[in-house]
Design a protein around this ligand. Structure first.
Ligand code: GDP
Ligand code: IMO
Ligand code: MG
Length: 405
């Protein structure tokens, strides 16, 4: 029996999914992305070398691991091309182990323009990658899909018709200059080799892997609180970032997910606008930002920082049926005099429990019993509060700086 594992974020993204997926990829056959797009920025650090992946699954650094971009992902071909080039420069070979679903909806340059002009009005603080507008077209049954590159003549008609629609929005609602449909068509066709080399019927591929009992790791992007249905709407992303997204984003039923690892930082961060009840605007917040190097891996924007919110964490664990907790960036708290966690809300105001800081180095520790007593107490409190065991604890950005219990 295989042991298929889902790894997803329990907060507002950037929990350290890339690091953990990479760490666990050694022992799996396949890693799949099932939602989101290049709004994601997943950082992996191995032997001092940093790799940031936006679209390609974080298993790609392991030579024998297959990687699939599932139908639920919205795909920017230029961004993918750039990412694959980076891997080639790093001498990572992927030709026979990288696959993309023919049903992925494509992100066109017009989606990016629409995202940016819309965000000027709506102030969500999106990544400006065209994600929302691309999903709108998917749901509106107008999207161009990767498989459409099969037939350039009908692709041209589809793109011309879609660009016409986008231009109507741009000109009439946003007073923005229109795009040239031919340029958009040429931009997409320029990357036809990505279709020719990597496009697969992902339903068939997934079913074959499952039938062969291959071990699959599902890599979430963003986080539960950014989910289109269950997040802090409207300050969310446009996809299902929660466990349900695996089934729709890959075409497999939930019974094939054996283990669900939910990742949380030992504190909280958020990029972009929207509610963040435990946000810190003081010295402690600055310390977290500085020690945690809290800048977005995709946009470089500073991340807002705050204390861990156990009320929200417990809700996220329930939404996803999390079986195992993973706590990352414990080492970032090493210099804090005191550490707080939100344990309830009184009239919308967070109520905190305060812990004494351990004021010693946890960075790089790989054995649980080597952690300072006060750090273990902190973890134990979290586990008991949310009723879920932390089977992975991350003590630094590198692959090896990990405690597996
Ligand atoms: P993702 O989007 O969930 O994959 O997370 P990001 O890569 O956007 O952000 C996480 C950041 O924290 C990256 O810079 C990682 O290298 C870093 N990181 C991950 N785990 C740890 C950890 O345990 N300690 C420290 N100090 N940094 C970590
Ligand atoms: P990873 O996978 C953190 C946020 C944006 C914005 C909102 C909507 O690295 O954790 P979008 O461009 O998706 O329409 O923006 O979602 N956001 C993320 N925040 N990590 C991410 O991905 C994010 N992807 C989107 O900042 O608030
Ligand atoms: Mg990220």
């Amino acid at each position: 029996m295989s042991d298929n594992t889902l790894i997803l974020g329990l907060q507002w993204g950037d929990e350290g999914k890339g690091k953990i997926v990479d760490n666990l990829s050694e022992s799996v056959d396949v890693v799949c992305r099932f939602q989101g797009g290049h709004n994601a920025g997943h950082t992996i650090k191995v032997n001092g070398q940093k790799t940031v992946l936006h679209l390609i699954p974080s298993g790609i650094l392991h030579d024998n691991t297959k990687c699939l971009i599932g139908n639920g992902v919205v795909l920017a071909l230029d961004a993918l091309h750039k990412e694959l080039k980076h891997l080639e420069e790093k001498k990572i070979s992927f030709q026979d182990r990288f696959f993309i679903s023919s049903a992925c909806a494509l992100i066109l340059p017009t989606h990016i323009t629409l995202d940016k002009v819309k965000d000027k009005k709506e102030s969500i603080g999106t990544t400006g990658r065209g994600i929302g507008p691309a999903y709108e077209d998917k749901i509106g049954r107008r999207a161009i899909r990767l498989g459409d590159l099969n037939d350039l003549k009908s692709l041209k008609d589809k793109i011309y018709s879609l660009v016409k629609y986008h231009n109507r929005l741009l000109e009439n609602i946003y007073q923005h200059k229109p795009h040239n449909a031919e340029e958009v068509f040429n931009h997409i066709v320029k990357f036809k080799d990505l279709h020719d080399k990597y496009c697969v019927d992902s339903q068939k591929t997934m079913h074959k892997w499952i039938k062969n009992d291959e071990t699959i790791l599902f890599e979430g992007a963003q986080g539960t609180l950014l989910d289109i249905d269950h997040g802090t709407y409207p300050y969310v992303t446009s996809s299902s970032t929660t466990a349900g997204g695996v089934s729709t984003g890959l075409g497999i039923g939930p019974k094939f997910i054996d283990k669900i690892i939910g990742i949380t930082k030992a504190y909280t961060t958020r990029v972009g606008e929207g509610p963040f009840p435990t946000e810190l605007h003081d010295e402690s917040g600055s310390l977290l930002a500085k020690k945690g190097n809290e800048f977005g891996a995709t946009t470089g924007r500073p991340r807002r920082c705050g204390w861990l919110d156990l009320v929200l964490l417990k809700k996220a664990i329930f939404i996803n049926s999390v079986t195992d907790l993973c706590i990352t960036k414990l080492d970032v708290l090493d210099e804090m005099q005191e550490i707080k966690v939100c344990i309830r809300y009184d009239n919308g105001v967070p109520v905190y429990k305060t812990f004494e800081g351990w004021l010693s180095k946890t960075e790089g520790i790989t054995v649980f019993s080597d952690l300072p007593d006060k750090a273990r107490l902190y973890i134990k409190f979290i586990e008991e509060f949310v009723e879920c065991n932390a089977s992975i604890i991350s003590t630094g950005p590198s692959r090896s700086q990990t405690i597996i219990r």
